[in-house]
Design a binder for this molecule. Structure first.
Ligand SMILES: O=C(CO)[C@H](O)[C@H](O)COP(=O)(O)O
Length: 228
C-alpha cells in the first residue's frame, strides 16, 4: 500500500510559508486546503484568493475541502484557482449533488465528498460510484487540534469494504487528529490518505523537514508496510 500524506495548510506557520512550501513540494502527495464560510462551521480559514497566490509556487495538487453551506457558490472560483480535488460536504449538497459532481468533473477536476462524523456512508449511496475520494472526518469539522472520534474506525472499514466489493476507485482520506496515536488504527481500518495538521506534523518541530522526518519515523514504526 502506498499511503499518501496531505498537510493541512490551515495548520501551517504562515510566517514561514516559503520554507514550508519547499518541504511540502518535496515531500507531500497533495495539500489540503480548508475553505470555510463561518456558517457551516463557525470558523474562517483559507480562500480561493489564497489558492491563487499559492498556485505558482506549488508543485503538488490542491485538495479543497469545502466547509460551506452553499458549495455551488464557490465551485467555479475554486476550479479557476487551480484545484485538483474538490470535496464539498455531503450534508450540503442534497438538492444539487449530481449537478455539482458533474460540474467538478467537466472542469477536469476530481470529485470528492466529505462526511461529518455523524453522517453515515449510506447518505451518499446514490453517487458513491462517481467519487474520486471520500474524506471521512474523524473530528467534527471546523477546528484543528480536536480529539479523535474512535467510532469513525468502523466507517473507514465500511468504506474499504464497499470499495473492494464494488470495485470503486475512490481514495479513502482521513481528516482530523491523524498522528502517531492514530496512524496504526487508521491504516488497519483502510485509510489511504492522511491529512496531517497540528497534531501529526506542524507541532512536531519548527523546522518542517525535521517535523516530516519525525512523522515518517513514527508512521513507519507503527504501520508495518511500505510508506514513503
Ligand atoms: O479540517 C481540519 C479540521 O476541521 C484540519 O484539517 C485537521 O483537523 C487538522 O488536523 P489536526 O486535527 O491534527 O489539527
Amino acid at each position: 500500500m502506498k499511503y499518501q500524506f496531505s498537510p493541512s495548510l490551515m495548520c501551517m506557520n504562515l510566517m514561514d510559508i516559503r520554507n514550508q512550501l519547499d518541504v511540502i513540494n518535496d515531500r507531500s502527495d497533495m495539500v489540503h486546503i480548508d475553505i470555510m464560510d463561518g456558517h457551516f462551521v463557525k470558523n474562517i480559514t483559507l480562500s480561493p484568493f489564497f489558492m491563487e497566490q499559492l498556485r505558482d509556487s506549488l508543485k503538488v495538487p490542491m485538495d479543497v475541502h469545502l466547509m460551506v453551506e452553499k458549495p455551488a457558490d464557490f465551485i467555479q472560483a475554486i476550479i479557476d484557482a487551480g484545484a485538483t480535488y474538490i470535496s464539498p460536504h455531503a450534508e450540503t449538497i442534497n438538492s444539487d449533488a449530481f449537478r455539482i459532481i458533474n460540474q467538478i468533473k467537466q472542469a477536469g477536476c476530481k470529485a470528492g465528498i466529505a462526511l461529518n462524523p455523524a453522517t453515515p456512508l449510506s447518505y451518499i449511496k446514490h453517487y458513491i460510484h462517481l467519487l474520486d475520494k471520500i474524506t471521512i472526518m474523524t473530528v467534527d469539522p471546523g477546528y484543528a487540534g480536536q480529539k479523535f472520534i474512535t467510532e469513525m474506525l468502523d466507517k473507514i472499514r465500511e468504506a474499504k469494504a464497499l470499495k473492494e466489493e464494488h470495485g470503486y476507485t475512490y481514495l479513502i482520506e482521513i481528516d482530523g487528529s491523524c498522528n502517531k496515536n492514530t496512524f496504526a488504527q487508521l491504516a488497519e481500518a483502510g485509510a489511504e490518505v492522511f491529512i496531517v495538521g497540528t497534531s501529526g506534523l506542524f507541532n512536531l518541530d519548527n523546522d518542517l523537514n525535521r517535523a516530516w522526518d519525525k512523522m515518517m519515523d513514527d508512521f513507519n514504526r507503527l504501520v508495518k508496510e511500505d510508506a514513503s
